[in-house]
Design a protein around this ligand. Structure first.
Ligand code: UD1
Length: 436
């Protein structure tokens, strides 16, 4: 597996275009399966999770082509209703295909997504909602066999928690169901609105996306459409964190500032100045960050769990003590042990992390255990004195388009070291960072 070698500390400078949102692209690609003709999604990020979705659609029989940031899906050849276990394991969020497959094909066979890097990943909310829509589901030996021979029927679905994936699965399943579905306590994330906008552009009738109650009036069929994926608010927050820990001035383009509203106050608390002009955002970071008040992850419009790790990196080198409370996932502090290797002072007790800011990180070998935690280690490496070698980069590649190239374009000294034969240790020389 390749590694990232970072020579810090260094300032970032310049302008970076933020890529399209991974978490929108995946459900949109699943939604394309429902359409009666081809769809073109613009602004799709070049990520391994998008590759996995392309492979799933091709496996199902859809012609799927990628050209730059465009993905074309022609679902007219869809003939299969299963997702192979290897693809389910590669991307646990492949579960979002379930609602679309069962709606389109009247049946679906998937393996159970199981646990993941963030702890157990139950899908009980997805399954109980789909059962209410008329899907019969048998769970045996890690396999989900679903069928809806009579077709899907609109109903009332009240979620006990506003799960993003379960809300998406219900939108996909209910869009072409008979009758009306009312979802209460629906997730309100911008990616839900993006999915509803896409489905409506294809002829769907969905009202209220972005609010807690969504009403889906089932339609007989959907056409294809062209749609532009929203910008990735978490990638944007990560690059802001990179600027913050390095005392830099950085401009991000192609962002939707409204989607960033839950994270911006935290940056401002630390002394960063953020200026917004249309879809451009400029951050000017102070020499030393101040502590932040409590950061509690919550469903949107609360502080996003996906930004917790990169923002914790800021707290780890800020002046004073910051407290984090992770309310969404059970096991989302795997980056903490690695930040400690870089010299951070963080104590975790259950869902709470107490972060005592240190003056500076010092470079060390660290391992990414998950996507956002891995990105946090890269952010920390930029601010660390000396070399930081980040392994487990496949996790980071799931959510950031060539992170090393993006950072290098801003002046950071980061290179990707391709997989080495066992036992061979990379040689680190300053010149390599420029060549990379
Ligand atoms: C999505 C995002 C992920 C983000 C998360 C929360 C995608 C591809 N991924 O994940 O990046 O971190 O939202 O904002 O969009 N839960 C259950 N039962 C269920 C479903 C969820 O108990 O059936 C629990 C989960 O274990 C977790 C919480 O609900 O503790 C939130 O999960 P959910 O909102 O479903 O996240 P995902 O859709 O998996």
């Amino acid at each position: 597996m390749s590694k990232l070698l970072i020579q810090g500390p260094g300032r970032l400078e310049g302008e970076l275009r933020v890529h399209g949102a991974k978490n929108s692209t995946l459900p949109l690609m699943a939604a394309a399966l429902l359409c009666g003709s081809e769809c073109i999604l613009h602004n799709c990020p070049d990520l391994s999770d998008v590759d996995t979705s392309v492979r799933i659609l091709r496996h199902l029989g859809c012609r799927t082509e990628r050209s730059g940031s465009d993905v074309l899906v022609d679902p007219r050849g869809a003939a299969h209703w299963d997702i192979p276990e290897t693809l389910m394991r590669e991307m646990r969020s492949s579960i979002v295909f379930l609602g679309a497959i069962v709606s389109k094909m009247g049946k679906a066979t998937l393996s159970f997504p199981g646990g993941c890097e963030l702890g157990p990943r139950p899908i009980d909310l997805h399954l109980s909602a789909l059962r209410k829509l008329g899907v019969s589901i048998q769970e045996d030996h890690g396999c989900l066999r679903c069928s809806a021979e009579q077709g899907l029927k609109g109903t009332n679905i009240a979620f006990s928690f506003p799960s993003v994936g379960a809300t998406e699965n219900v939108l996909l399943a209910a869009c072409c169901a008979k009758g009306t579905t009312v979802i209460t306590n629906a997730a309100r994330e911008p990616e839900i609105c993006d999915l509803a906008d896409f489905l409506n552009a294809c002829g769907g009738k969905i009202c209220g996306a972005g609010d807690s109650t969504i009403v889906v009036e089932g339609v007989k069929k959907l056409d294809g459409c062209e749609h532009r994926v929203i910008p990735d608010r978490i990638a944007a927050a990560t690059y802001l964190a990179a600027a913050a820990v390095t005392g830099s001035t950085l401009t991000l383009t192609h962002v939707l500032p409204a989607h960033m509203a839950p994270v911006l106050p935290v940056f401002e608390e630390t002394g960063c100045q953020i200026d917004v002009d249309g879809e451009t955002m400029r951050i000017v970071a102070p020499k030393r960050l101040s502590r932040m008040k409590n950061v509690r992850t919550m469903p949107y419009p609360g502080f996003p769990t996906d930004a917790q790790a990169p923002v914790m990196t800021m707290a780890a080198v800020a002046e004073g003590t910051s407290i984090f409370v992770e309310n969404i996932f059970e096991s989302r502090y795997k980056h903490v042990g690695e930040l400690l290797r870089l010299g951070a002072n963080i104590k975790v007790e259950g869902r709470v992390a107490v972060v005592e800011g240190v003056q500076r990180f010092s470079g060390a070998p660290v391992e990414a255990a998950d996507l956002r935690g891995g990105a946090a280690l890269v952010v920390a490496g930029l601010a660390a004195q000396g070399e930081t070698l980040v392994s487990g980069v496949k996790h980071i590649d799931r959510g950031y388009e060539s992170i090393e190239k993006s950072l290098r374009s801003l002046g950071a000294r980061v290179i990707r070291i391709p997989e080495e034969p066992a036992g061979k240790v990379p040689i680190c020389r300053a010149a390599v960072y420029q060549e990379g």
